[in-house]
Design a protein around this ligand. Structure first.
Ligand SMILES: Nc1nc2c(ncn2[C@@H]2O[C@H](COP(=O)(O)OP(=O)(O)OP(=O)(O)O)[C@@H](O)[C@H]2O)c(=O)[nH]1
Ligand SMILES: [Mg+2]
Length: 692
């Protein structure tokens, strides 16, 4: 029997790295009796950080799902990674969730990834709660963090609780709705009266909450202004509506380590977050007619499900994690992958509890499940009923921003490497790889350095190949700043049939991000029509290979405006070569330059190190764009070239005695100053000579 859909809650845990998402999920599993002891990330015993790489690094690298039952509801807890390199998984987790728990650290406040996941949640229109966690830590401050949330995130945030005690003496929370305290004593949560020392604060925040509730409804506001208060039932009702609509975000207080604030979070999830039934119909596209179609979350409707995660294991094979949106998926059945137009056999279905699966016969709308060994299905695909083929909106994954060349440590491992990379790319849509014939190197591209390092470790553990990672290759690009007009001519007469292609090209820059534009400006048949695509192909191929230093050419407009041909000797190939020769020459005459990737960097460091951090960033050609004190720490935002930031981790560590942290993501391309560009061009020459 599938679950009662009104009783399902799909909740994604999102936030910046290391704020306690996995620990909070673990506390929930213990509090609901799902587990009998509290697993810990540090000990490698948590339910959702089960992967050996996660255990080794003590961070989540990948989305994992666990479930629990509470007050008659089924809660699917989607634990997503917070580290910037793995943010794609957080996005995928939010895509299939009905609500989000945004966890923030009580010391650091809002951080880069907090803002990012907040935007994703907005994109999917998800109701959410903000949980201020790790309140037991030194320098933790609920009210300062609340202020940081209200200032930096868009949306109305109102505390539903305030903490009792602070830092190591944190002992519980005051529930501002019931005006009772929930304190932890002997590892158990007890309801008590509000302690005297927080009474004033509790009253003042209760007042604010009543006000926030009143403001959600005109009639209620009128009553509040007239009578000076509103009843608990009315207040609750108004808050509930606003939370469901996403117009109000409750803020809760927690310490996952102490199991504090967990029960109120569970109550809120059950009573205020939507079920898949509340989420209503989903819209997709009929894969045959391309018409929009809607599906109700009804167990009897035609089945549709979205795959949001793929895990591949050399032993178990491929696992596909999915959410059912309509209809019922059954074990031992056949489904249709509408995204790839292929049938798939579904063997055993399961619910997920971290790395283990609980077998289940069928999964109804809203349920999250797993199936092994689908042959062609990848992340983002829609599985459905073949007679009613539907494609649901997929998941947008970020493009990789950093590339490393990898080398096998022993000869003859090349095949194993490509199999491994192929499999890993199936699991991870943000991992790309390709062979560069210029340098004869295999390049692996990912979102950041850690991402690629993890890939290399996995390759060793799962596919038994040891590779070394060469220093990262900065993804420079080439472009021009000026214009030129050149002839590209290829003529060869050696016995038999010759080769003849002749083109005149005009080369001009496009605005940054403009890509490539090819204009055919041939009149009067100077070049026959069938050879025009050959010219374009010659230009494109040459741009891909690069001209100045072997990096792809971008932001370029090439106009073919004249040329000539030979009745017998002209061919597709001759025109491709002619165009490529023309472009190479014209490019060099049009003031070529290199573009370099610029990163957005956010550093959080102790306030006393602010001066050093800023000085160091300036030394790395960085531009400081903002600096905000957050209590005893300071957050510095800057833009700096990727090439200068590769060694940042260790510098920051030594500057701050290990107390600073940072995150970084790609922002845009800018011209690389000439003295740096010269070095890159020279290095490319050396590399090319070595390869030939
Ligand atoms: N003192 C204290 N430490 C906590 C608390 N919650 C989590 N931690 C610790 O903080 C560290 C990070 O916790 P995780 O649960 O792994 O954080 P996360 O948000 O899942 O991290 P990523 O998945 O890597 O983004 C671990 O060492 C936890 O034990 C808390 O309430 N108090
Ligand atoms: Mg985690």
């Amino acid at each position: 029997m599938a679950l009662d859909i009104a009783k399902v809650r799909n909740v994604a845990f999102v936030g910046h790295g290391g704020v306690g998402k996995t620990s909070l999920v673990e506390s929930i599993l213990l509090a609901t009796g799902t587990t009998t002891r509290l697993g810990r990330v540090e000990d490698g015993t948590s339910t959702t950080d089960f992967d050996p790489d996660e255990i080794k690094r003590k961070i989540s690298l990948s989305t994992a799902v666990a479930f629990c039952d509470y007050k008659g509801c089924r809660l699917n807890l989607i634990d997503t990674p917070g580290y910037g390199d793995f943010v794609a998984d957080a996005r995928a987790g939010l895509r299939v969730a009905s609500a989000a728990v945004v966890v923030v650290d009580a010391v650091a406040g809002v951080q880069v990834q907090t803002e990012k996941v907040w935007k994703f949640a907005n994109e999917y229109g998800l109701p959410r709660v903000a949980v201020i966690n790790r309140l037991d830590r030194e320098r933790a401050d609920f009210f300062r963090t609340l202020e940081s949330l209200q200032r930096r995130l868009k949306g109305r945030l109102a505390p539903f609780q305030i903490p009792v005690g602070s830092e190591s003496s944190t002992s519980g929370v005051v529930d501002l709705i019931t005006m009772k305290a929930l304190v932890i004593a002997d590892g158990k949560v007890k309801e008590t009266d509000i302690p005297g020392d927080v009474m004033e604060m509790a009253k003042s925040y209760r007042e604010k909450l009543a006000e926030a509730a009143a403001e959600t409804d005109d009639d209620l506001l009128a009553k509040y202004l007239e009578e000076g208060s509103i009843g608990e039932a009315e207040m609750l009702e108004a808050l509930k509506k606003a939370v469901l609509a996403g117009t109000l975000v409750p803020v809760l207080a927690a310490s996952a380590a102490r199991g504090m604030g967990v029960m109120p979070l569970l109550d809120l999830i059950v009573s205020e977050f939507p079920s898949p039934a509340d989420q209503g119909e989903v819209e997709g596209t009929d894969s045959r007619t391309k018409n929009p179609v809607k599906r109700a979350p009804d167990p009897k409707a035609p089945m549709s499900a979205l795959v949001f995660k793929t895990i591949s294991d050399p032993h178990v094979g491929k696992l596909s994690l999915f959410r059912v949106y309509s209809g019922t998926m059954r074990s031992d059945s056949q489904v249709f992958n509408a995204s790839r137009d292929t049938k798939e056999r579904v063997g055993h279905l399961g619910w997920l509890m971290g790395k283990t699966q609980k077998p289940v016969d069928e999964l109804g709308p809203g349920e999250i499940g797993v199936v092994a060994k689908l042959k062609d299905t990848l992340t983002g695909d829609t599985l459905c009923d073949e007679a009613n083929p539907l494609i649901l909106p997929g998941i947008a994954f970020p493009e990789p921003s950093i590339s490393f060349a990898i080398q096998p440590k022993s000869r003859g491992d090349e095949d194993k490497i490509s199999t491994g990379l192929q499999r890993m790319a199936e699991e991870d849509p943000t991992l790309h790889h390709h062979y560069d014939p210029e340098t004869k190197q295999l390049l692996v591209s990912g979102i950041g350095q850690l991402h690629v390092e993890v890939v290399v470790e996995r390759m060793k553990r799962k596919y038994n190949v040891d590779v070394s990672l060469l220093p990262p290759r900065i993804p420079y690009k080439e472009t021009v700043k000026g214009r030129s007009e050149v002839q590209g001519k290829y003529k060869k007469q050696t016995g038999g049939r010759g080769q003849y292609g002749d083109t005149w090209l005009r080369i001009e820059p496009l605005a940054r991000g403009g890509g490539f534009e090819f204009v055919d400006d041939i009149f009067g048949g100077a070049i026959p029509r069938n050879f025009i695509p050959s010219v374009e192909k010659g230009v494109r191929d040459c741009m891909k290979r690069g001209i100045l230093a072997g990096y792809p050419v971008v932001d370029l407009k090439v106009t073919l405006y004249d040329g000539s041909y030979h009745d017998v000797d002209s061919s597709d190939m001759a025109f491709q070569i002619a165009a490529s020769m023309g472009l190479q020459k014209g490019f060099m005459e049009a003031r070529p330059c290199l573009l370099e990737p610029i990163m957005n960097v956010e550093v959080v460091a102790p306030a006393e190190n602010a001066g050093d951090v800023i000085g160091d960033l300036n030394g790395r050609r960085g531009r400081i764009v903002g600096m905000e004190p957050e209590g005893e720490v300071v957050s510095v935002r800057a833009q700096a070239p990727m090439a200068e930031m590769l060694t940042y981790e260790s510098s920051l560590r030594s500057m701050t005695g290990g107390r600073g942290g940072y995150s970084m993501e790609f922002s845009h391309y800018e011209e690389l100053p000439a003295q740096h560009a010269d070095k890159v061009v020279a290095a490319a020459k050396v590399e090319k000579e070595k390869a030939h």
